[in-house]
Design a protein around this ligand. Structure first.
Ligand code: T3D
Length: 265
């Protein structure tokens, strides 16, 4: 429905979730975060879905937490609100689900992505951004530290020095600079963003979903382990993937010189 905070679009094997509060630059309310979580759960449960794209309505991707939401907005003369439950009850379950989604994910960042909005985008497997987009770790500007995975994601994506620069200064980073420093995959002309996201989504949907998702999992886990442990984990993973239909199909297609049709999830 047009006025829902999350608009869900289905096109074949690709599910597109649109953050849809454009008047507030798609800032996140509790209700919106719950709806986004439900939309991800629904995509995860639907075996016909093989890629999820997240984008924003209007001129922004997402301005982060809605600072006027009564759950978090400070009120003069009243005791300070505990922001922890907003994270533990709303953001963290959503972000864990996104990071563990059984299909590849793409953020198509159409405009500014600030605070938790930036880290929502950076939690996706691929981040494509319009040249009009920007990324702002806005937390320090309002006396907070990065959340929504920012402390984990930023140093891994761009190294400690740049991560601290982004998080401590909270300056606006253009999409072009974000791509140049490896924070995101690509910066594209505005008109090319959604067509390129659709091409990438279709390509990923053709690929062996289970292997792609296990690749994400293995890379995240390898960041926490030593080289020898990563080698052992790779052997165990390959054992599992080798038992799947996609491996047989991939090899058969190679030998028969035809495109593969992958079905595992
Ligand atoms: O629970 C917790 O609080 C902890 C969790 C925290 C997670 C976080 O995300 S903390 C960070 C929260 N986000 C921010 O601090 C960003 C605030 N917004 C901005 O700095 C700017 O709006 C932008 C840089 C994103 C865009 O600037 P600009 O000049 O393009 O737009 P604008 O004029 O500032 O905003 C347009 C409208 O959107 C405006 O409403 P109005 O005046 O037209 O009625 C503005 O109030 C609204 N808006 C923008 N960001 C938010 C917002 N409304 C509520 N919450 C917002 N975050």
């Amino acid at each position: 429905m047009a006025d829902e905070p999350i608009e869900v679009r289905s096109a074949g094997r690709v599910r597109t979730l649109v953050l849809n509060r454009p008047a507030a630059l798609n800032a996140c309310t509790g209700a919106m975060l719950l709806q986004l979580r439900e939309a991800l759960e629904s995509a995860a449960a639907d075996s016909s879905v093989r890629c999820v794209v997240i984008t924003g309505a209007g001129r922004a991707f997402c301005a982060g937490q809605d600072l006027s939401d009564p759950l978090v907005a400070p009120e003069e003369g009243k005791p300070a609100k505990d922001l922890g439950p907003m994270l533990t009850d709303f953001y963290n379950p959503l972000l864990r689900l996104l990071r563990e989604l059984p299909v590849p994910t793409i953020a198509a960042v159409n405009g500014v992505a600030a605070g938790s909005g930036a880290n929502l985008a950076l939690s996706c497997d691929f981040v494509l951004a319009s040249e009009k987009a920007s990324f702002i770790q806005a937390f320090a500007k309002i006396g907070l530290a990065p959340d929504s995975g920012g402390t984990w994601l930023l140093p891994r994506l761009v190294g400690r020095a740049r991560a601290l620069q982004l998080a401590m200064l909270g300056d606006k980073l253009s999409a072009a600079d974000a791509a140049a420093m490896g924070l995101i995959a690509r910066c594209l002309p505005e008109a090319a963003l959604m067509p390129e996201a659709e091409i990438l989504a279709a390509k990923l949907a053709d690929m062996p979903t289970r292997a792609l998702v296990e690749t994400r999992r293995a890379m995240d886990a390898a960041l926490l382990t030593g080289y020898a442990d990563a080698l052992d984990a790779e052997a165990q993973l390959q054992s599992r993937l080798g038992g799947g239909a996609d491996y047989s199909e991939g090899v058969a297609a190679f030998q028969q010189k035809r495109p593969p049709v992958f079905t595992d999830r």
